[in-house]
Design a protein around this ligand. Sequence first.
Ligand code: NDP
Length: 290
Amino acid sequence: MTAEIMNGSGLAAKLREDLRTELAPFQASPPGLAVVLVGADPASAVYVKHKIRACEEVGIRSIHVSLPATATQEQIAAEIRRLNAARDVHGILVQLPLPSGMDTLAALAEIDPVKDVDGFGALNQGRLVSGLPGFRPCTPAGVMHMLQAGNVPLAGAHAVVLGRSLIVGKPLATLLLAADASVTVCHSRSADIGALTRLADILVVAVGRARMITADMVKPGATVIDVGINRVQQGALAGSLCGDVDFESVRRVAARLTPVPGGVGPMTIAMLLRNTVDAWHRQARGAHRG
Ligand code: NDP
């Protein structure tokens, strides 16, 4: 068997095209997205650049706020409060991770829930768990969109999510559950991970360990979604990106597989743009609670 490669880049390009069409009449008063970067982490700087470029492409105004790594918690909070009050800013995201020593949850809690387009704040996470409308975290939303676009059956399927972070694993498990999958969540303390991953009809891997999932850990015919982004350290491909899944071996047993790059990454950015436009619509309607 050779897996069908799920093309996140193509799907994301279509979503961006739809947004560009939707926003074309509003060039004089476009949605605004503020991206707050604290410190100079090179990977974060690259992600911010990609997000800003994607905004420009569809007609969202981006506001790049850069704070030094030495910024205090209160300075970050003050900046977010300023953006909360700015009428031409409809979405705010704080690029993670923050420099060590910062209280990430406290910073996220400052973002007005109506502008929380990453969906990481407690109110939007709570609305997700409660099954209420709200901003869904972009990577999990992108994964769900890919599964639905690929006509992957979800109801009754056994989904195994590897990773339990606030930004990927946990919200994704909740979304899969809401779509009637049976969900198992694994993490660094799980025993015999291979025995669990081999049960998965849908395996989503978000751990940040290069090529950790090998063919022997995958059920033949499974759908495998690789969220991981890792920089190859050695060998001929040093410096390039790879996922948490060993692409070459797993493509021989899986029915569907996402590539890295070109899979979940572009979908994450497309969902961020969609959330920003939704925030703009809601604020225009005067809907100020989630
Ligand atoms: P975190 O580091 O926050 O979480 C990693 C999770 O993986 C934790 O739950 C951890 O368990 C678990 N884990 C770590 N090592 C193992 C192991 N050996 N076996 C089983 N579980 C393990 O990472 P994120 O969720 O933020 O990101 C995960 C990956 O996804 C990273 O590579 C990141 O770069 C990528 N990413 C990609 C995005 C995209 O757009 N494509 C967006 C966001 C992230 P425990 O909780 O026990 O510590």
